[in-house]
Design a protein around this ligand. Structure first.
Ligand code: GLY
Length: 274
């Protein structure tokens, strides 16, 4: 569904940035994922959202963190990129910016789904900890290459379960959770932000492309480094400048979907078995 939305945007002549935003909005609105509606709860029982995206042409970035009252933080991130002089706004400042830009504020409770509330009750009862809740429906991300050769990538997340309020992981940070550069590639990461931060995972994947590895080999090299250096749990989706796809993960699985002109149809699945 998200890949189809991104494909539709590109087929209508939209930009890579448009496609990334559109695809991520679908996943933010889908309660399956840890992004937007359906996100995990932090230790005080609220939802805190982070998102970021990068335009590979200008190398401009827009990102927000610890946002609590907006459904689609990826669209706030894009507005930061396009309508502010800054790259990352957090907390009350990000929310004030969103209101000033005309985004509709919502009650934080409207982002909470029954599944996550039940897990939070177990956390309060002492029968569940954050690592028990680490599953296949984690942070969402998207990467796109448009007909003009423009590359974009972005991420959106509710973070990790039961974290301290105010915790920020990799997802809104360029070069860490995502990155894009025309003529090189684009990447979006998922997994445990504290691990991903320590190795600068997105930049590692782009550097592997720079060294001449193909998309799949670059994805695998970056994730191997994450595993070897910090025992990290993570994964990534990568596009090279020719639109070839790389997928790698050290988590038990990596749900993904992509469309290319070459394939002509959306390819989707869950890579498992690591
Ligand atoms: N990967 C998202 C986070 O750790 O916040």
């Amino acid at each position: 569904m998200a890949a189809e939305r991104g494909r539709d945007v590109l087929q209508r002549g939209g930009s890579a940035l448009d496609a990334v935003e559109a695809a991520i909005r679908v996943m933010e609105d889908d309660p399956t994922f840890d992004a937007g509606t359906g996100s995990v709860l932090v230790a005080d029982g609220s939802v805190e959202l982070d998102a970021g995206l990068m335009d590979g042409t200008s190398l401009k970035v827009g990102a927000v963190a610890v946002v609590k009252h907006f459904r689609n933080p990826i669209s706030l991130a894009r507005r930061v990129l396009e309508a502010s002089e800054h790259h990352l706004l957090v907390g009350e400042g990000a929310e004030a910016f969103a209101r000033a830009q005309g985004f509709e504020a919502v009650d934080n409770r409207s982002l909470v789904v029954v599944r996550e509330q039940a897990l939070y009750e177990e956390f309060l009862a002492g029968t569940r900890k954050a690592s028990d809740s680490f599953g296949p429906a984690d942070t969402v991300g998207a990467v796109a290459l448009d007909a003009a050769g423009r590359m974009a990538a972005g991420n959106s997340t509710g973070g990790v379960s039961f974290s301290l309020p105010g915790r920020v992981g990799d997802a809104p940070l360029p070069g860490i959770g995502y990155g894009a550069e025309d003529g090189l590639g684009g990447v979006a990461c998922t997994g445990w932000g504290e691990h991903i931060l320590r190795v600068g995972l997105a930049m590692r994947a782009l550097q592997a492309l720079e060294r001449g590895l193909d998309a799949q080999a670059a994805a695998e090299a970056a994730v191997a480094l994450l595993s070897q250096r910090v025992g990290g749990q993570g994964g990534l989706v990568l596009l090279d400048a020719s639109g070839r796809v790389g997928l790698a993960h050290s988590t038990p699985c990596l749900a993904h979907a992509y469309w290319t002109e070459r394939d002509g149809a959306v390819v989707s699945g869950t890579v498992a078995g690591r």
